[in-house]
Design a protein. Structure first.
Lengths: 115, 114
């Protein structure tokens, strides 16, 4: 069974640009969560989607948005990039938000560098 | 509010036991987790404990929870070089109603020396 896939793995953008990251969950998983990992702030929850609906949202500005498609694939978008948005963006999938805890699997992440 | 803290660094010799500690502040936590992150990789769930348990053992891993002191620890027996990684503790606050909104600790870098 394939794991969580994130594309692209590496990305370089300049300030002011926008970026879209993609996450394909494990087959059959319907819940997708996104996290930002930086050396300064650590791992922080961005948002969670289930059945194409945003279920939870972390404390990030409106420049950060996401969506989920009917096939459970999810994208996150960051507009008007700032230097501080440079981070590893991790996606995690699980069967559903209320499923047993050990079914949440993380992808390898997308490393975003903003110049 | 939610706050999870860990010591930044731990160095042990191969074959010894490692103990990684974590403190948290949210008394309503339901599940507490330990994740492992190797360089260039995502997070691997190692084990978890429900907040009404005191201890859980899974092969070389032992999790201890002191709910009164809000202290969580991960003991790795017979530590191997392959255990070198960053270890994160995480919690799920009860109000989320599910297991997907995790609050992570700062991470502990474990270095295993020969």
């Amino acid at each position: 069974k394939a794991g969580v896939t994130q594309t692209p793995r590496y990305l370089i953008k300049t300030r002011g640009q926008q970026v879209t990251l993609s996450c394909s969950p494990i087959s059959g998983h319907r819940s997708v969560s996104w996290y930002q990992q930086t050396p300064g702030q650590g791992l922080q929850f961005l948002f969670e989607y289930f059945s194409e609906t945003q279920r939870n949202k972390g404390n990030f500005p409106g420049r950060f948005s996401g969506r989920q498609f009917s096939n459970s694939r999810s994208e996150m978008n960051v507009s008007t990039l700032e230097l501080g948005d440079s981070a590893l963006y991790l996606c995690a999938s699980s069967l559903s938000p209320s499923d047993s805890v050990d079914t949440q699997y993380f992808g390898p992440g997308t490393r975003l560098t903003v110049l | 509010g939610e706050d999870v803290e860990q010591s930044l660094f731990l160095s042990v010799r191969e074959g010894d036991s490692s103990v990684i500690n974590c403190t948290y502040t949210d008394s309503s936590s339901t599940y507490l987790y330990w994740y492992k992150q190797e360089p260039g990789a995502g997070l691997q769930l190692l084990t978890y404990i429900f907040s009404n348990m005191d201890m859980k053992q899974d092969q070389r891993l032992t999790v201890l929870l002191n709910k009164k002191d809000k202290h969580l620890s991960l003991r790795i027996a017979d530590t191997q070089t392959g255990d070198s990684a960053i270890y994160f503790c995480a919690e799920t606050p009860a109000f989320t109603g599910g297991g997907n909104k995790l609050t992570f600790g700062t991470g502990t870098q474990l270095k295993v020396e020969l």
